[in-house]
Design a binder for this molecule. Sequence first.
Ligand code: PMV
Length: 313
Amino acid sequence: MIHQQKGNGVANGKIILLGEHSVVYGKPSIALPFQAVTTQTLVTTSQEKTEIHCDFYHGLIDDLPELLDSLREVVRVCLVTLNQESTPINITIDSQIPAERGMGSSAAVAVATTRAIFDFFKSPLTDELLLEIVGISEKIAHGNPSGLDALMTSGHRSVCFIKNQPPRDIELNLSAFLVVADTGITGQTKEAVSSLSKKLETCETGYFQDIIDKLGHLTYDGLSYLQHNQPEKLGQVMNQTHNLLKELDISSPELDILVNSALDHNALGAKLTGGGRGGCMIALAKNKDDAKNIAQELKHAGAKQTWLYEMSE
Ligand code: PMV
């Protein structure tokens, strides 16, 4: 197969507005592409063996640490799919998406890398094939991924997503701003997903399943408030969602401190976003001035980084 001098691939971050964790159990989720942070992968020719260069590792792919197993897998699957296992390549990954913070960094790395490898070998890549390959790598990163991260980090549309169903595009038309804040502490998506799965399996009273059902209903309510431009009501849904996620042991003291600080400073609602137990939280603000003020207060309360996101397109 012919290849070019360089292959490039890009992916963006994502924010889950509502529905994290319950999405794994067939409930709806609402997610937004987050283009403030991106991942870029560059593929070039290598002399002898395939090499990886990223913030966490520089060296031969054969010696990648276990932590990067999902990356090894995505490269392997791409090369097998393209029948290029014996072609050595150099893979350089540059990501501004903070790792393990609920912004979909592992999926973004897989998306950007898959795109770059296919670009390098001048082979067309359909969305279906991209999601299939990223899904294989996300299984290693997350255990039981819903597919939401792969979809969101590869696309630019806000969606309502239900596992194993085609995503529904949502037009963002809410007169509000979202503040995104990073606790600076790595989240634990895999552990949180697997501990919730154990809770659901072993609970005989249906208590945890009821919470999952409630999260599903709240997400549908939130979708309606989003589409009818009712930011106050959406804020309330975010608060209720955060409290239910807390009951599922998905939050952390650092996330709760930031959520409470946002609510103390005029946020319409606030919650964790993504896998939880660390990572990022989001707060809904009436307008840009409120959002800036909340962002500043979140920094005082310990946030390492904040971003503003306008909720209209
Ligand atoms: O923490 P993140 O960005 O990987 O988000 C995970 C979202 C979950 O709903 C917890 C898991 C999933 O696969 O949807």
